[in-house]
Design a protein around this ligand. Structure first.
Ligand code: FRU
Length: 490
């Protein structure tokens, strides 16, 4: 076994520090989202609260603005809002005794704390070896410097129900036992493979805990299985052939004895384009918090020219509302970013109106529409809108088809497209839109988190105006609030 992991980590960390100073153009940098200092970022990894601080690791290739041999980037935060970048946690380096390697990357995985020691579970990936993917551990006593376990790989081969695509271990504890799900595929079906351990090192294969019902993809990436109030939830990012699709959450009962998760109902977590590979943690306040990669494979990424790519969504709390409907809401702590509040109440829209008080590049907008007393079939907003309206991101409420539509056809550079989410019409005749805009993103929460639509947008910095519009009738607005959101980055 070669022992050059710490050298690789130091080399990558030093490279980042040197390059960071050279990042000249900051026009696409976000104000309050996690993003890499330089280079490429994809999936969130090892999301955990450790010694009172939140740690977030991520798939990272520091040396170029493209996917490459995966490292784990690392940042920590006291409040999930203000982040501090730390040295690279994992770098590809090892050759294992069974002939496998992680030389082509430390792929996605999770974190777990035992006796004050922080364990990272990751997939060692090697394209030239067989098997291609094995499960590994790295440990740390200070939460910053990680040593790869010398008993790696701790799972050295995929089981009979899996295949060479065997990755993204998520570990948790239940009743004094440790459990792990790993994503895989076989016979055209995505699968979550289930393991059990009493010491975190020796893992016993227990079977397929859940698999695709035939319509949920032929490969499951980044499975995450956890209790959520009275039930269990399984989050996964499905692939259809070579194509990645939108992550889903499946609700059901977990039977640890029989190693089976009953899959009762499933929904899309996000209807936008830029949301993938989400991961959750349970924090000391008992909240289940999810963060996702706010970008997507094979997307258009204008920030490439500035030496960085990829970002994370805002952290979202997963709960149920008073009607028992599953909701996702931006964590409470984000309210600390608010300043410069404007409030407008009780007015009607016919045609298109500009609202200078609602404008901005990094803002939170919260609007309640009175649908019962509106007769316009389609109303909504133009956001990040240029003075002449040639550039704009459009949100439409289609009351005939009960859909929220995000239209990026003239949103600027970046990926175009039209994204639709159904909305629940049983909300006392009201419709609530809560929109978070940042320099190059828009996260839209419908009816207090019943649906979410997340997209990266790349408008011109001067496109910062807001219109409200109503087609073919009037739309009544009960109230509209706007806050500017301050930057968390220096
Ligand atoms: C999901 C994914 C994971 C893999 C990682 C590699 O986006 O494909 O399955 O571990 O990215 O970077």
């Amino acid at each position: 076994m070669t022992q050059n992991h710490s050298e690789q980590v130091i080399q990558a960390t030093n490279y980042i520090k040197k390059q960071e100073k050279k990042v000249g153009n900051t026009k696409y940098r976000l104000n309050y989202h996690m993003m890499p200092p330089v280079g490429w970022m994809n999936d969130p990894n090892g999301f955990i609260q450790y010694n009172g601080e939140y740690h977030l690791f991520y798939q990272h290739y520091p040396y170029a603005t493209k996917w490459g041999p995966m490292h784990w980037g690392h940042a920590k935060s006291k409040d999930l809002v203000n982040w501090e970048h730390l040295s690279v946690a994992l770098a590809p380096s090892e050759f294992y005794d069974n002939g496998t390697m992680d030389d082509h990357g430390c792929f996605s995985g999770s974190a777990f704390e035992k006796d004050n020691e922080l364990y990272l579970f990751y997939t060692g990936h090697s394209i030239e070896r067989d098997p291609m993917q094995v499960q590994c551990i790295a440990k740390s006593m200070d939460g910053i410097n990680f040593i790869k376990e010398n008993r790696n790989p701790v799972i050295d081969h995929f089981p009979k129900d899996g295949s060479k695509d065997f990755r993204d271990p998520k570990v948790w504890q239940y009743d004094n036992q440790y459990y792990m799900v790993v994503g895989s595929k076989k016979d055209g079906k995505g699968k979550a493979l289930f393991y059990q351990s009493s010491n975190l090192i020796n893992w016993k294969y227990r079977g397929v805990v859940a698999e695709s019902n035939g319509k949920q993809g032929d490969m499951w990436e980044c499975p995450d299985l956890f209790p959520l109030e009275k039930e269990h939830a399984l989050i996964l990012s499905p692939m259809y052939g070579e194509k990645n699709e939108k992550p889903i959450i499946i609700f059901g009962e977990m039977n640890y004895k029989d190693a089976k998760f009953s899959q009762e109902r499933s929904i899309l977590l996000d209807y936008g384009h830029d949301f993938y590979a989400p991961q959750t943690l349970k924090d000391e306040k008992g909240r289940r918090i999810m963060i996702g990669w706010m970008d997507m494979w094979f997307s258009k990424r204008p920030s490439e020219e500035d030496g960085w790519i990829g970002a994370m969504t805002m952290p979202r709390e997963l709960t149920y509302n008073n009607n028992g409907i599953f909701i996702q809401q931006p964590i409470e702590e984000l309210k600390a970013l608010r300043n410069n509040h404007h409030h407008i109440e009780g007015f009607e829209i016919h045609g298109v109106h500009r609202f200078p008080k609602l404008d901005g590049i990094a803002t939170e907008l919260c609007i309640d529409f009175d649908i019962v007393n509106s007769d316009s079939p389609v109303f909504g907003l133009h956001l990040r809108c240029s003075t002449d309206r040639s550039e704009k991101t459009i949100i439409k409420v289609d009351t005939i088809n009960k859909e929220i539509i995000v239209d990026l056809t003239s949103a600027g550079e970046g990926k175009s497209g039209v994204y639709k989410a159904p909305y629940n019409s049983k909300t006392d005749g009201k419709l609530n839109l809560r929109i978070f805009l940042d320099t190059t993103s828009m996260e839209l929460f419908v009816n207090h988190g019943e649906q979410v639509i997340t997209n990266r947008i790349y408008p011109h910095s001067s496109s910062n105006e807001v219109d409200l519009f109503a087609e073919g009738g009037k739309a009544r607005v009960l109230k509209a609030d706007k806050w500017s959101l301050r930057s968390v980055w220096k």
